[in-house]
Design a protein around this ligand. Structure first.
Ligand code: IPM
Ligand code: MN
Length: 375
């Protein structure tokens, strides 16, 4: 973006679409919005929000079949409306009253695909004062970032079933990757790795010893693109070995790049080693378009409506949103506030064990942003 353009842009309020979604989503997003208000006050930027009520409850209320998708979870017009925003802030998707897949495909995956959010960025960062499940590891050991491809792979929905319900049933789900899709993801990861103040090491995670077609496409593309980044050391792990190293030597990582399915799995492991779902945030990023930020923990039906869920993950997602739209100082301030609250205030990051309610944690974080508190 040209300098002049950026100046004009800075005066226009950011337009943020807010989708609370299912379960605890609305509860945590509400706290994130408190923190956004505090960040806007202290870092002097303007913003507007608009709430969208997409959810499992709305799907059912409109006559959606809980067992199979019969109406759209969100309409084409709603997608068109979303496209006019600068960013999307999402709570959670998933409702126990709707069969698995309907809301995930109809809402979350549809947005990721239609908005071409081809990066799923998931930092794995242990904040100070947070108890790490890995014995002897601290914040200096657990600080890396996973770049997960977000629009291809097993998520395209390619495949099918034959002879369903019979003894001869055949089911196939295809791991489909394209050169273009792999290359743009790998390029993003190299660029990100270059910007990070770390080891300048990018690790490709795949399974080239078994997935000899798709794995090979990733491996060759990684090495070809890598030639353009002589300052970045290239490293490769099979995904099973990566799980082992993440637990044994998390400090050996800087930036990881991987496919959609492996990325889904290893980022849950990443969330656990950074203190759990209460703090893990992610961004669905279209580097030249509209991005969407969310806590990665899901809708947590058993905690819904009880005011016990930890909103720090959603607040972390907000920090990522602020960084992406171009407010790095505000993002830093929010991250510092998360570190302050987790190190100085919370007894635990786990739902129901924080020593505070969801709303109280939101207030603590917003207050820390206003005062510029750090851990
Ligand atoms: C995630 C979730 C989603 C995914 C589900 C809800 C479709 O697990 O964001 O990691 O698999 O990507
Ligand atoms: Mn997941």
């Amino acid at each position: 973006m040209a300098k002049k353009e950026r100046k004009t842009r800075a005066r226009k309020p950011y337009r943020i679409a807010v989708i609370g979604g299912d379960g605890t989503g609305p509860e945590v997003v509400r706290e994130g919005l408190k923190v956004l208000a505090a960040a806007a006050e202290t870092c002097t930027f303007a913003y507007e929000t608009r709430q969208f009520d997409f959810s499992g409850a709305r799907y059912l209320a409109r006559g959606g079949d809980p067992a199979k998708p019969n109406i759209p979870v969100i309409t084409d017009e709603e997608i068109a409306a979303l496209k006019t925003f600068d960013a999307i802030y999402l709570g959670a998707v998933g409702d126990p009253n709707v069969a698995p897949g309907i809301l995930e495909k109809g809402l979350l995956l549809r947005l990721r695909f239609e908005l071409d959010q081809y990066i799923n960025l998931r930092p794995v960062k242990l904040y100070p004062g947070v108890r790490c499940l890995l014995a002897g590891k601290g914040p200096e050991d657990v600080d890396f970032v996973i770049v997960r491809e977000n629009t291809e792979d097993l998520y395209t929905g390619m495949g099918g079933v034959q002879y369903k319900g019979t003894a001869h049933e055949v089911a196939a789900q295809i791991m489909c990757n394209t050169r273009r899709g792999v290359e743009r993801c790998i390029r993003y990861a190299f660029d990100l790795c270059r910007r990070r103040r770390d080891k300048k090491q990018l690790t490709l995670v795949h399974k080239t010893n078994v997935l000899t077609y798709v794995g090979d496409l990733w491996f060759r593309t990684f090495n070809e693109v890598g030639e353009e980044y002589p300052d970045i050391a290239r490293d490769y792990n099979h995904v099973d070995a990566c799980c082992m190293w993440m637990v044994k030597n998390p400090e050996s990582y800087d930036t990881i790049v991987t496919g959609n399915m492996f990325g889904d799995i290893i980022t849950d492991l990443g969330a656990m080693i950074q203190g759990g779902m209460g703090i893990a945030a992610g961004g669905n990023i279209n580097p030249c378009g509209l991005s969407m930020f969310e806590p990665i923990g899901g809708s947590a039906p058993k905690y819904t409506g009880r005011g016990v869920i930890n909103p720090l993950a959603a607040i972390g997602a907000l920090a990522m949103l602020l960084r992406e739209v171009g407010e790095p100082a505000a993002a830093d301030r929010v991250e510092a506030a998360i570190a302050y609250v987790s190190a100085r205030k919370l007894k635990s990051l786990a739902a129901g064990k924080m020593g505070y309610s969801t709303a109280e944690v939101g207030d603590l974080a917003a207050n820390a942003v206003r005062k510029g508190l750090k851990a």
